[in-house]
Design a protein around this ligand. Structure first.
Ligand SMILES: Nc1ncnc2c1ncn2[C@@H]1O[C@H](COP(=O)(O)OP(=O)(O)OP(=O)(O)O)[C@@H](O)[C@H]1O
Length: 380
């Protein structure tokens, strides 16, 4: 277990592609950190840079307080004492389970009795004690991934690096391994960095999550912080499925371009009531500027179709039409067409029907300045 410190870390690939830029990230001792982001955001590049498979073109990396890369220092991967698990559980088919798990210790020249003891202990931890003599071909996908995990931790690495390690597994096995992985890293006090594009997995598993986009960190925070106080429109949209509404901020009041958008509370931060407008940071001396409001699916109430909504529709009010409603664990995940904007809403207590006319009531929005370009890109 160790800290991992990155300062202004960057990597430009040989063809000029920017993989990472200006990464400042400190992973604490024993912390479980998830790297989350869309495809091509730099998650794998960052993990491979920590592992030592990629040499950064800028900045510094230290593990356990020792410099690994930067300022003329370069420590190769095999000298970094890290455990790695990949998506495709690269284990050797010709070795038994115990042979696979003990391999890193054998390379280190650990004496046989000591090696056998440690292998037994780790196999016990991952629930494979009875499978020590089996060949990988006679194991299930989940069991093979447990072998890969046992092999990664057997030599007590400084940190565990996981690259989409659970992504190839089906639910509910994946959910079970997620829990086991968390328990195991806690028991061993392991520092872990886990790459995933699965938001639920990152939020459910990690102490903190670093959200990446286009090679840069957008926000680092606890799952709660990312959901409650997203740093920008990208994070709100990617992490919470927020719908983005471009508009203008005039003297601290947000005016959306969308004809139906209303924020009941304007001017500032009213955190006490249900209706909030958070995160308005108007630039000094600027009275009017473009901005974007991010509205999470949980921050909108839908009033179902009734006499009143039908009457409103006749008078030209901007109502929304339900395009789909999927039953989920937390309610109906509902998509709507709201005057050309695709709106996502989580509905409780009633079942929205396709084609139904409903009235969206926005209860909370995060408003961000300076992000109209990003907003345009990510608006649904
Ligand atoms: N070998 C390479 N040469 C040039 N560019 C590369 C190379 N590998 C990755 N890239 C680019 O670097 C950026 C980051 O890629 P990376 O694989 O780290 O993203 P990722 O977030 O892990 O994506 P995914 O979830 O699809 O695996 C992308 O724009 C990608 O096209």
């Amino acid at each position: 277990m160790a800290t991992i410190e990155m300062t202004n870390l960057g990597h430009v690939y040989g063809d000029g592609h920017v993989g990472l830029e200006g990464i400042d990230l400190d992973v604490k001792n024993g912390e479980f950190l998830a790297l989350l982001g869309p495809s091509g955001s730099g998650k794998t590049t960052l993990l491979r840079t920590i592992a030592g498979f990629i040499r950064p073109t800028a900045g510094n990396l230290a593990i356990g307080g020792s410099p690994m890369a930067g300022d003329g220092v370069w420590v190769p991967p095999e000298k970094r004492a890290l455990g790695m698990v990949f998506q495709d559980h690269a284990i050797w088919p010709h070795l038994s389970v115990a042979g696979n798990v003990g391999y890193p210790l054998k390379l280190e020249g650990v004496p046989r009795p000591q090696l056998a003891k440690r292998v037994d202990a780790v196999l016990e931890q991952v629930g494979l004690a009875e499978y020590a003599n089996r060949k990988p071909a006679a194991l299930s996908g989940g069991q093979r991934q447990r072998v890969a995990l046992a092999r990664a931790i057997v030599a007590k690495p400084q940190a565990l690096l996981l690259d989409e390690a659970l992504s190839a597994l089906d639910e509910p096995l994946r959910a079970r391994l997620r829990l086991e992985l968390r328990e195991l890293t806690r028991e061993e006090g392991l520092t872990a960095v886990h790459v995933t594009h699965d938001r639920a997995e990152a939020l459910g598993l990690a102490d903190r999550v670093a959200v990446l986009n286009q090679g840069k960190i957008q926000q680092i925070g606890t799952p709660r912080e990312l959901l409650q106080t997203p740093a920008n429109a990208f994070v709100a949209s990617f992490v919470s499925d927020a719908t983005l509404f471009p508009g203008t901020l005039v003297d601290g009041n947000f005016h959306a371009d969308h004809p139906g958008f209303r924020l009941p509370v304007q001017h500032g931060l009213s955190r006490d009531g249900k209706t909030q407008m958070i995160g308005v940071r108007p630039a000094a001396g600027t009275r009017s500027r473009r901005a974007v409001a991010a509205v999470a699916p949980t921050a909108i109430r839908l009033d179902p179709e009734d006499k009143q909504t039908r009457a409103e529709a006749r008078t030209g009010a901007t109502l929304a039409r339900v395009t789909s409603a999927l039953y989920g664990r937390h309610g109906y995940e509902t998509s709507l067409d709201w005057a050309g904007t695709r709106l996502r809403v989580l509905v409780h207590g009633w079942v929205p029907k396709e084609g139904e006319l409903v009235r969206p009531v926005i209860e909370q929005a995060h408003v961000f300045c300076d992000e109209v370009d990003t907003a345009g890109e990510h608006a649904a």
